[in-house]
Every structure is written in structure tokens, then in C-alpha cells.
Design a protein around this ligand. Structure first.
Ligand code: KG4
Ligand code: ZN
Length: 344
């Protein structure tokens, strides 16, 4: 069955067609980055307006690239939460109209569960091994969320730890903004850090390990420490370059994630880790996890780390085959779903 997936939660206007929850037949991502770059951040009003202008063409391209027409679609899935409300509403309204007009099943999905599902999609026809059997540990790292969880099924996650303040991607974006490294910050810092010395600056790791929440994360302290370094750094120019700031910050940001993740591995005893979200594209994070030969670490291909319609369509298919449908009265919501939590 071919599912159309639509994603408009932030600044990517995206649609894809996925066959049987596994094989992307098309994956169109129209990025709004140039429109937000001048402001060094996403402007919600601009984002929703661009989605409104682009969504028809993006969905049409996704169908064309898959070589199919609307009549070949078996269901429509869309991100309904979390995200920017105005942007989400564009995708949700479009998907509902599409489904209603063609009398197709409509499925509203959670964006974070979809990021986690990206690894279950076939990366290429030559890759029959893609995907992971449940249960596994999930590492969800994006611009808005940082979650370490136990994953028992496509829609059954238990949050073990999460950030108590900023998300990891947000820290990349803010540091990049203050230093003028570029927008969006994650990719800019990742690139700059390639030539930097990760030991040039020592930034503190948050002291969160009080016993109760061993897998929680915190990024506001690191963000402030790196930004405070700016004045000092400008005075001392010459001894260290921007690439050293980038590499030192990136190392600490990844150390914070891995400290909690590896604690969870030890305590929970699951040795498969599935990553998802924009920060899963980070080359240093990938490198550090690849060093752990005792673990099986799965990352989506780069084009499926950031926001895309394929992960939405894939996840939507799972709900559909289970017999789930969303009513057309479903609306968008900016907030993250209340996942189960487990604090040992
Ligand atoms: O999943 P995503 O596309 O959107 C959200 O759901 O938030 O994630 C976007 C985040 C941004 O903060 C961006 O800076 C970060 O992912 N990101 C990266 C990299 N590429 C994107 N962070 C670190 N390293 C990267 N290579
Ligand atoms: Zn996302």
C-alpha cells in the first residue's frame, strides 16, 4: 500500500510516498532556509505563509516522482504535533482535504515518533538489513527536543531522560548565531569543527547526576559558557580560531548526550540504539557511537535525519495496518505528546 506523508511542522515543506511502510518511492523536501537565514532563526509567520504557497506543488512533485497519481494512494499521513502551530495547520488542513476528497484513510502522527521511525525505512534497495527489531534504545535529538527512551514499538516509547532546559539542536543553533558561524547552526558547526581542536576550550558538563534522573540532559549551561567565551575569545584572537570553539562546543554537547545514553545502556541492558532527528546528522556523534563496537547504532541516512515526509508516511502505514484512523476533526497541536515516563 502506498501512503502519502506530509510534513510541515517547522521550516521544511515536505511530502513523500512510501510503499508498505518501508520503501520511499519519492521524498520531496522544499527547504525555507534562505527565507529564515537573514533572521538567524525560523520566523513562524514566514514559515506558515511559505507552507501555504508551496504545499500543493510539493505534494504534486512527490506523486510525480513516485510515478503515481492520487488514485494510487491508500492513505494520507501528516505531522499533527509538535511544532509551530501555524505551520502544522497548513499540512494538517491539506492532508485532511486530500483524504476527504478521495475518501482515503487519514492518519495524524507525532513528529518525534516519526523521527524514530526514519531508521525503519529502506535506505536503498541494496540494503535489506535496514531497520531494527523492538525493543531498542532511542536517541531523539532535534532542534526542539532531546529524548533518551526505551522503544517497545513504533508508538510505544518510555522516556528515560530528557533535557531539563534547552534542546541539543537549539544549543548548536544559538552558539552558531552568537558567533556568526551560519544558519542553520548544527550543520555549520559540524563543518567548521572538522578542522578544529576539540580540546582547545574546556566547557563544563552539567552536574545532573543526583541519582533520581540519571539520563536527563541540560544544555543551557553549556550554551551560556560558550557564548560567554565570545568576549574573551575576541580579545584573545590569534591563539585559537572559530573552528576550535566549534569543535570544543560540539565535543561537549555530544559528551553530555553520550554520558546519559551510555548510563541507560548499562542500566537497561539494551544494546541497539536508534537515532533520529536533525542532530543525528552530526558527524562527531556518529563517529563516537561507531567506536562502541559492543553496540549496534543505527542512524538514518542524512536526508532522513532532518524533517521529511517519508518518515511520516512510513509511520502512518503502521497505524493504518493496525486499523487505526484519525477523525477529520483532528487538529494540530504545538505541544509534544505526553509520552510515558520512567524514572528509576
Ligand atoms: O529534526 P530537525 O530537522 O527539526 C526539528 O524537529 O527540530 O532538527 C533540526 C536541528 C537544528 O537545531 C539543526 O541545527 C540540527 O538539527 N542539525 C544538526 C546537524 N544538522 C542539523 N546538529 C548538529 N550537527 C549537524 N550536522
Ligand atoms: Zn524534526
Amino acid at each position: 500500500m502506498k501512503i502519502l506523508g506530509i510534513e510541515s511542522s517547522c521550516d521544511e515543506c515536505a511530502a513523500a510516498v512510501v510503499e508498505d511502510g518501508r520503501v520511499p518511492l519519492s521524498n520531496v523536501v522544499a527547504t525555507q532556509i534562505p527565507f529564515h537565514a537573514v533572521y538567524n532563526g525560523v520566523v513562524p509567520e514566514i514559515a506558515s505563509r511559505k507552507h501555504t504557497e508551496w504545499i500543493y506543488a510539493v505534494v504534486k512533485e512527490a506523486l510525480d516522482n513516485a510515478g503515481i497519481g492520487p488514485g494510487d494512494i491508500g492513505g494520507v499521513a501528516v505531522t499533527a504535533h509538535p511544532g509551530l502551530l501555524g505551520s502544522l495547520l497548513v499540512g494538517v488542513s491539506f492532508a485532511k482535504a486530500f483524504a476527504w476528497a478521495r475518501n482515503l484513510p487519514f492518519i495524524a502522527v507525532d513528529h518525534m515518533l516519526a523521527h524514530l521511525y526514519a531508521c525503519q525505512l529502506h535506505h536503498s534497495p541494496q540494503d535489506p538489513l535496514s531497520g531494527a527489531a523492538y525493543p531498542f534504545l532511542g536517541l531523539l535529538v532535534s532542534g526542539g527536543h532531546s529524548i533518551i527512551c526505551r522503544v517497545d514499538d513504533f508508538d510505544d516509547i518510555t522516556v528515560l531522560g530528557t533535557t531539563i532546559d534547552d534542546a541539543v539542536g537549539e544549543a548548536f543553533d544559538k552558539v552558531s548565531k552568537y558567533y556568526g558561524f551560519g544558519y542553520p547552526g548544527g550543520a555549520a558547526i559540524d563543518k567548521l569543527a572538522q578542522t578544529g581542536d576539540p580540546e582547545a576550550f574546556r566547557f563544563p558538563l552539567p552536574n545532573l547526576y543526583k541519582g533520581d534522573h540519571p539520563y536527563d540532559l541540560s544544555y543551557s549551561g553549556l550554551k551560556t559558557a560558550v557564548i560567554n567565551q565570545l568576549a574573551h575569545f575576541q580579545v584573545k584572537k590569534g591563539s585559537a580560531g572559530p573552528q576550535d570553539i566549534a569543535a570544543s562546543f560540539q565535543k561537549t554537547a555530544v559528551d553530555i548526550l553520550l554520558r546519559s545514553l551510555f548510563r541507560a545502556v548499562e542500566d537497561i541492558g539494551l544494546t541497539t540504539i536508534v537515532a533520529g532527528g536533525g542532530v543525528a546528522a552530526n558527524s562527531y556523534l556518529r563517529l563516537r557511537l561507531a567506536e562502541r563496537k559492543d553496540l549496534r547504532c543505527l542512524f538514518p541516512p542524512l536526508e532522513l535525519c532532518g524533517d521529511n515526509g517519508a518518515m511520516i508516511a512510513g509511520l502512518g502505514y503502521r497505524y493504518l495496518v493496525r486499523g487505526d484512523r484519525s477523525p477529520l476533526s483532528t487538529t494540530a497541536s504545538a505541544r509534544v505528546r505526553a509520552f510515558k515516563r520512567s524514572y528509576p
